[in-house]
Design a protein around this ligand. Structure first.
Ligand code: E4P
Length: 218
């Protein structure tokens, strides 16, 4: 399972990268705005800064919603750096754009996916990644994990190569359950990744080992 961090915060990306287990980064307009990045040049530079920190894929989202606008923005983003994956919203024009990018060899991440039907369309259009937002489904009392299972089944039925990128991860159990269901990638906050480290028996076990090691007089 690939681990992506879902942030535009450079310090957190560096921290996750230092763990040695980071495979990529996803961003979206809200995450970029949260970092206070404004203006086209600054935004493009920020993507480049992220690409310098990590070795894997970096999703950069288009903000146009018409086909021509998405193509224009996506082509510019993809030329910026080989690691950039163009993030395209799951709308009618977005599907057309994903197919266009697929034909041009430009990699895409189809975002804002909330149903199996949307995921099927994204795969048919040739998306590199599909991003089902499981946390936002859970937020409205729907079952985010069930969507991951449905997409896995459908993609396996037909051998679609689109990778399932479980997004809107809220906590460590989301990651574990997505791994059990066969999601190819998860993207979440640093806290959800670091949460995987935690177990009280590890803490108490280590405390005892260190206590007993005092007799070694090292
Ligand atoms: C995915 O690529 C999105 O950036 C993200 O996972 C959305 O998560 P949120 O629901 O926590 O905003």
């Amino acid at each position: 399972m690939k681990f992506f961090i879902d942030t535009a915060n450079l310090a957190q990306i560096k921290e996750a990268q230092a763990l040695g287990i980071l495979d990529g980064v996803t961003t979206n307009p809200s995450l970029m705005a949260k970092e206070g990045i404004t203006g086209k040049e600054n935004i493009l530079q920020h993507y480049l800064d992220i690409c310098k920190i990590v070795e894997g894929d970096v999703s950069a989202e288009v903000v146009a919603t018409d086909f021509e606008g998405m193509v224009r923005e996506g082509e510019e983003l993809s030329k910026l750096h080989a690691q950039i994956v163009v993030k395209v919203p799951m709308i009618k024009e977005g599907i057309k754009a994903i197919k266009y990018f697929f034909d041009k060899g430009i990699r895409t991440n189809c975002t804002l996916v909330f149903s199996a039907g949307q995921a099927l369309l994204a795969a048919k259009a040739g998306a590199t990644y599909v991003s089902p937002f499981i946390g936002r489904l859970d937020d409205i009392s729907a079952d985010g994990l069930n969507l991951i299972a449905d997409i896995r089944l459908i993609y396996d039925n037909y051998g679609y190569e689109t990778q399932i990128l479980a997004a809107s991860i809220r906590h460590s159990m989301h990651i574990i359950n997505c791994a059990k269901l066969g999601a190819d990638v998860m993207t979440g906050p640093l806290s959800s990744i670091e949460g995987l480290l935690k177990h009280p028996l590890t803490d108490s076990g280590l405390e005892k080992f260190l206590e007993d090691a005092k007799s070694f007089n090292l």
